[in-house]
Write a protein that binds this ligand. Structure first.
Ligand code: SF4
Length: 322
């Protein structure tokens, strides 16, 4: 594995039992392979239910895959248990969408930021109070907040505390799962700027999950597009926006004025709803909504293929589109 690859997923599958009587197996992530390069921000976009958050959680082993492998710096972390899994968690952290839901309301900021050091038995090995103050400064907050409870903080301050907690143990990779989606637009911009600054200062790698293409466009080096548990397109950010090949990517981008309008015409409205992931369509999973679907698409599943260096597409028409 190249030294540039920090994390690798190989044919990752995550299935759930569906809810209700007679519910089938939900294929939340269904055979995803990708590399996350050291120092990059890999953005992942797709509609709600496409499996992007499940993929992010699975990379950190917060969700168990039913098949496939995950490598971190070449080590297979897919089946780690006990102390080895705990050690791995220091290296790979997550920032969640809703800061209110992930901060314990009965704990002060100081207690919240102390938790990771206690869990990993580090309290006697370092000056934790000094490190907590350092973390607060890193995320642009003042020390007077240490005695405050989450309900006394603004949404932006809470998310900064969530980021500080994720950075406490100096991880190599951070999964940002809709990390700015719950924030007001002006606060979103501040938190995005903060994430960018921290990435450069601490040499971080981000796996940045969002349904918002504008946000992904702002922060990502490469972008992956997911549909119904599958990765359907993956490319360098500029490459994807200029030469997108997959009709689903085309439709998503046509809805974003800043990057879609005026280049390839009008907004593309997709017909119908996202199909049930417990009962995905045959052939190409997108064929029930794809404006370019043909008979082959109904029976034959396209494979993710490199159509030009670094640009991967899963569509039977991909060669024609480049
Ligand atoms: Fe559309 Fe067919 Fe391509 Fe799927 S394989 S995206 S249905 S054209």
């Amino acid at each position: 594995m190249s030294e540039d690859v920090l994390m690798r997923a190989v044919d990752l599958k995550v299935y759930f039992k569906g809810e209700g009587r007679g519910a089938g197996i939900v294929r939340a992530v269904d055979g995803v392979s990708l590399d996350i390069l050291r120092g990059e921000t890999l953005g992942i976009v797709g509609e709600s239910g496409c499996g992007k958050s499940t993929l992010g959680r699975t990379l950190l082993r917060l969700q168990e895959p039913v098949a496939g492998s995950i490598f971190l710096e070449g080590r297979d972390i897919s089946r780690l248990r006990g102390a080895a899994l705990k050690q791995m968690r220091r290296e790979a952290q997550i920032v969640f969408q809703d800061p209110s839901a992930c901060l314990n309301p009965r704990r002060t900021v100081r207690q919240i930021l102390r938790e990771p050091f206690g869990i990993h038995g580090m309290e006697g090995t370092m000056d934790v109070d000094a490190r907590i103050c350092e973390l607060l400064r890193l995320v642009g907050l003042d020390e007077y907040l240490l005695s405050r409870y989450p309900h006394e903080l603004s949404g932006g301050q809470k998310q900064r505390i969530g980021i500080a907690r994720a950075l406490a143990l100096e991880p190599k990779i951070v999964v940002c799962d809709e990390a700015v989606s719950a924030l007001d637009v002006s606060v979103q911009a501040q938190v995005l700027n903060l994430l960018q600054e921290l990435k450069e200062k601490l040499h971080l790698t981000y796996f940045f999950i969002s349904h918002n293409l504008n946000v992904v466009y702002q922060v990502s080096d490469r972008v992956g597009v997911m549909y119904l548990g599958k990765l359907v397109e993956l490319a360098d950010c500029a490459q994807l926006y200029e030469k997108r090949c997959h009709p689903y990517t085309e439709a998503l981008l046509s809805a974003v004025p800043r990057v879609g309008a005026g280049e390839r015409g009008e907004r593309i409205h997709l017909a119908g709803e996202v199909p049930d992931p417990a009962n995905p369509p045959s052939g190409c999973r997108f064929h029930t909504r794809c404006p370019k679907a043909c008979e082959k698409c109904r029976v034959s599943e396209p494979v993710l293929t490199e159509v030009e260096p670094g640009h991967f597409v899963a569509c039977h028409l991909a060669g024609d589109a480049t």
